[in-house]
Design a binder for this molecule. Structure first.
Ligand SMILES: Cc1ncc(COP(=O)(O)O)c(C=O)c1O
Length: 382
């Protein structure tokens, strides 16, 4: 199996075995170049080139790229500095009241629920978390927590620790039957799992840049369904939130009429430009192609780990799984194993006393075989 990307796109892939996209993905080469050039220009020329016009239109490319990726419209997209920041602004915008609740899972990445917990401290709304059973969250258990008082269901499309994938259509039907919002954190799915906002029928979808979309730290996007663009007042506001950002007047604020009303301040703008490049690249490579490629890699990983005698604590059903594979090896200190692998130039993460592998488009089956061989070697010697 060959890589589906070229050496120039990911110059360091092949120099080591990097199975850690769920932590930080390798960055697309052109994104790195654009970010460096933007910062160099800023350092040498201040705002001579990056002038007020450039600053005003700086997110246009990102709006277009992110919209194409998820089958939305550019006006439905807001740029932000991180997924967490956008989730915080959104949670305050929705501000569920004392008699309302927000539903999620107990295994969700903290940033997907902490912003709602912070709002709950202030308003008294209830937070309901579906429980994990046998390393799995049953979607029916999430749906059972939704009632007429649910303001939002805020979930991660793919669980960060074991890669469980949720069926968004199924959740959207249950959520909308109760007039609630489906808020999806796609940080662990965008770039690896096909997303079609129109088919999935989600209300809000947020993703950071630096994992499966192969972009930088410092950039993220949020999709906001059209009726919410009018209805919501962002939790975080600033000079950029006003409809004409350079008409600076502290006495009033008239919000931008699109999702961009959630853009409120300056940020590491070069990162947003680099992020647009990486999204374009992922889109052109084809998310379905990436998904199929990554599936072959994870099939081989699972096979190799089972041969070693490991227990796979990620879902194994096609409908629930992704290329994130978590494995537990009885009586092995996973942290030491991870360090041993690192010495052999194989990079993975640990989650609890398990290893989490997360191969992506720049990996090949040779990478997987090398990782499995290094694990076997380490187990023989320790
Ligand atoms: C599901 C999920 N959401 C959000 C984050 C953090 O995103 P950010 O750093 O953009 O705030 C992570 C990081 O691991 C994650 O796994």
């Amino acid at each position: 199996m060959n890589s589906i990307v070229s050496k120039k796109d990911f110059p360091s892939a092949g120099s080591f075995v990097y199975l850690n996209a769920a932590n930080v993905g390798l960055m697309y080469g052109e994104a790195e170049k654009v970010i460096k050039e933007w910062h160099k220009d800023l350092a040498y020329n201040g705002s001579n080139n990056f002038n007020e016009n450039a600053e005003e239109s700086v997110f246009k490319k990102l709006h277009i790229a992110a919209a194409a990726l998820i089958n939305a419209e550019p006006d439905d997209i807001a740029a932000g500095s991180s997924a967490t920041e956008l989730l915080c602004s959104l949670a305050w915008a929705v501000s569920p009241t004392k008699d309302q609740n927000v539903v999620s899972t107990e295994t969700v990445f903290p940033s997907t629920i902490y912003p709602w917990q912070r709002v709950a401290k202030s308003t008294g709304c209830e937070i309901r978390l579906a429980k994990e059973k046998n390393n799995f969250i049953n979607t029916d258990d999430i749906i059972a927590l939704i009632d007429q008082n649910t303001a939002a269901v805020s979930i991660s499309h793919v669980e960060y620790a074991n890669g469980q994938l949720y069926n968004l259509e199924l959740l959207a039907d249950a959520v909308h039957a109760h007039n609630a919002l489906l808020v999806v954190d796609a940080t662990q799915s965008a770039g690896a799992i096909p997303i079609d906002i129109k088919a999935h029928n989600v209300d809000v979808l947020i993703s950071g840049a630096y994992k499966w979309l192969c972009g930088p730290f410092g950039s993220a996007f949020m999709y906001l369904t059209p009726y919410l663009q009018e209805k919501l007042e962002p939790g975080l506001v600033g000079f950029r939130s006003h409809e004409n950002m350079w008409d600076l007047d502290a006495r009033r604020i008239n919000y931008v009429s699109t999702a961009a009303k959630f853009e409120f301040s300056t940020m590491a703008f070069g990162c947003a430009l680099g992020f647009s490049e990486s999204i374009d690249f992922i889109y052109k490579t084809g998310v379905e192609t990436i998904f199929q490629h990554n599936k072959l890699l994870s099939d081989r990983l699972i096979e190799g780990m089972l041969e070693i005698g490991a227990k796979i604590t990620s879902p194994l059903n096609d409908k629930d799984r992704t290329s994130i594979v978590r494995a537990h090896i009885e009586s092995v200190d996973t942290y030491q194993l991870k360090n041993g692998l690192q010495n052999a130039q194989v990079f993975v993460s640990t989650r609890g006393n398990s290893i989490r592998f997360s191969p992506h488009l720049y990996n090949t089956l040779d990478d997987i075989d090398k990782a499995i061989n290094e694990i076997k070697k380490w187990l023989r010697n320790n």
